[in-house]
Design a protein around this ligand. Structure first.
Ligand code: GRF
Length: 188
């Protein structure tokens, strides 16, 4: 079983989708550690409910290199092989990225390279695109720049709001992310 580390900062719906896929036997992996830089995040609450190992400490006021070294230690100790970012609202240090080179994945709510960074759904909506979606990519040192692994297209419909569009993209994320992680861990 491939050992996954999940890094999150918020509600953790993608984490729950990954966990659900594992429980249903669709993803041959186990969650070896859930890390959060926001101790009160909903994702942390869910991880604890499910009895998963959790490391949750605020990153506020801690230099990036130092915080990431701590996280790296926790992940290594837990035998984590792949790191899945699931709404982790923090850039990773170069040392962290090198330590897990080619084995850090992220999901982003747009069709990259369009609309990287924050609020991607709103960026796409305000730009007036007719199709947007989500992207799973490997993480490098840039902001949402690493090699693209998979994408799912989502149409912008007549009468959409940023909220309705974001909700439709999120549903696509919940399908795409676990399926793509499954493909990655099977192929390596
Ligand atoms: C998702 O939209 C994901 O694409 C982005 O951050 C959000 C996380 O949502 N990277 P959740 O915490 O998984 O619900």
């Amino acid at each position: 079983m491939t050992r996954l580390g999940i890094l999150l900062s918020g509600r953790g719906s993608n984490f729950r989708a990954i966990h659900g896929a594992i429980e249903r036997g669709e993803l041959p992996a186990e969650i070896a550690m859930v890390v959060s830089n926001v101790p009160e995040a909903a994702g942390v609450v869910y991880a604890r409910e499910k009895g998963l190992p959790v490391f949750a400490e605020t990153s506020k006021g801690v230099p990036r290199a130092e915080f990431d070294r701590r996280v790296l230690g926790v992940l290594r100790e837990a035998g984590v092989e792949w790191v899945c970012l699931a709404g982790y609202m923090r850039l990773l240090s170069a040392e962290f990225i090198q330590a897990y080179a080619g084995r850090i994945v992220n999901i982003h709510p747009s069709l990259l390279p369009s609309f990287p960074g924050l609020d991607a759904q709103r960026q796409a909506f305000e730009h007036g695109v007719k199709v947007t979606g989500c992207t799973v990519h490997l993480v490098d040192e840039g902001l949402d720049t690493g090699p693209i692994v998979a994408q799912s297209a989502v149409p912008v419909l007549e009468g959409d709001t940023v909220e309705s569009l974001s909700a439709r993209i999120l549903e696509a994320e919940h399908q795409l992310y676990p399926a793509t992680i499954a493909r990655l861990v099977r192929s390596r």
